[in-house]
Design a protein around this ligand. Structure first.
Ligand code: NAP
Length: 275
C-alpha cells in the first residue's frame, strides 16, 4: 500500500500518483488500467488533456472500488469565472462518468484574465454541494495563494507545480508548509530529459540498487511532495510506484537538489497563459 498524505480538509491522498498527459497514439484507458492493477490509487487528469474519458472508462471497468481511487482533474483557462467553473466541473463529471471529483484544481492562475478568485468561489460551492471532495490549485505563486486566502478565507488543499531536481522550488515549498498546503510535482522526472543521467542521480541509483527514475521520485517523497510521474509502460509504472522501501541520505538529497537550473518549460505562472 502506498503511504498517504493528509490534506487540510482531513481527506487523504496517496503519496504518489499517475500523470495522464497522453503520448501520440496512446490508449489512456489501457494505461490507467495497468496503473490501477499495479496499485496506483491517485490519477491526475485535466479537462484540457482530453484524457478524462479514458480515465473514466478504466475506473468504471476496474475491480478497485471507486471510493479507493482519487481522481484529480482541473479547470482550464477558458472556464475561469464563477458560472464557467461550475460548467467545467459538470463537463468533467460527465466525461469521467463519476458522480463526484476527488480533487479539483484551477489549472493555471492566468493573472491577466484576473478571474481566479471567482473561479475559486465556485469551487468552494462545488465542495459544499458534495460534487467535489477537495479543492486546490496548480501553478499558483505565493502572491496568488495569499490573495485567495485574503478574499475567501479558504486555503487550497494542494498546489500542483512544476517541480523536479532542475527546479526544486524551495521557497514556494516552504510557503506551502507554513500554510498547510500539500505540494504536488508535475513533470517530476523532467519528462524523460537528461536529468535521469545526471551523476548525483546515477550515483544514488547505484548505491541503492534502484533505477534513476526511482531515485528522482524518492527525492520528491523526501521533500514532502507528491510526484505524479506519467508512464504508459507497465514495468516503468510498477518501478515508479516502488519508492517506499529505501531512503536517500541527506547528502544525496542535497546533491540532487544541487542540479537546480530553472524551469524546463519556461512557463512562468505570472506570464504563461493556457486556455
Ligand atoms: P514526467 O512524468 O516527468 O515524465 C514522463 C516521461 O518520462 C514519459 O515520456 C515517460 O515515458 C518517461 N518515464 C516515465 N517513467 C520513467 C522511468 N522510470 N525512467 C525513464 N523514463 C520514464 O512528465 P509529465 O508527463 O510532463 O508530467 C507528469 C504529469 O504531471 C502529467 O502527465 C500531468 O498529469 C501532470 N502535469 C501537470 C501540469 C500542470 O500544469 N498542472 C503540467 C504538466 C504535467 P513512458 O510513458 O514511455 O514510460
Amino acid at each position: 500500500m502506498t503511504p498517504t498524505v493528509t490534506l487540510n480538509d482531513g481527506t487523504e491522498l496517496p503519496a504518489l500518483g499517475l500523470g495522464t498527459v497522453e503520448a501520440d497514439g496512446e490508449d489512456m484507458a489501457a494505461t490507467v488500467t495497468a496503473a490501477l492493477d499495479s496499485g496506483y490509487r491517485l490519477i491526475d487528469t485535466a479537462l484540457s488533456y482530453g484524457t478524462e474519458p479514458g480515465v473514466g472508462r478504466a475506473v468504471a471497468a476496474s475491480t478497485v472500488p471507486r471510493e479507493d481511487i482519487r481522481i484529480t482533474t482541473k479547470i482550464p483557462g477558458r472556464f475561469h469565472g464563477y458560472d464557467e467553473a461550475k460548467e467545467s466541473a459538470r463537463s468533467s463529471l460527465n466525461d469521467l462518468g463519476v458522480d463526484y471529483i476527488d480533487l479539483l484544481l484551477i489549472h493555471w492562475p492566468l493573472p491577466k484574465v484576473d478571474k481566479y478568485v471567482d473561479t475559486w468561489r465556485a469551487m468552494i460551492d462545488l465542495q459544499k454541494d458534495g460534487l467535489v471532495k477537495s479543492i486546490g490549485v496548480s501553478n499558483f505563486t505565493a502572491a496568488h495563494l495569499d490573495r485567495l486566502e485574503a478574499e475567501t478565507s479558504v486555503v487550497p488543499s494542494v498546489n500542483q507545480i512544476e517541480l523536479h531536481p532542475y527546479f526544486p522550488q524551495a521557497e514556494l515549498r516552504a510557503y506551502h508548509a507554513q500554510h498547510g498546503i500539500v505540494t504536488e510535482s508535475w513533470s517530476p522526472l523532467g519528462r524523460g530529459s537528461e536529468l535521469l543521467k545526471a551523476s548525483p542521480v546515477a550515483d544514488a541509483a547505484h548505491a541503492h540498487g534502484v533505477s534513476p527514475g526511482q531515485v528522482v521520485l524518492r527525492w520528491h517523497v523526501q521533500l514532502g511532495a507528491i510526484p505524479l510521474p506519467k508512464s504508459s509502460n507497465p514495468d516503468r509504472q510498477k518501478q515508479n510506484l516502488d519508492v517506499f522501501g529505501f531512503e536517500l541520505t541527506d547528502e544525496e538529497v542535497a546533491a540532487i537538489s544541487g542540479l537546480e537550473r530553472g524551469r524546463i518549460w519556461d512557463q512562468d505562472p505570472d506570464i504563461y497563459e493556457e486556455f
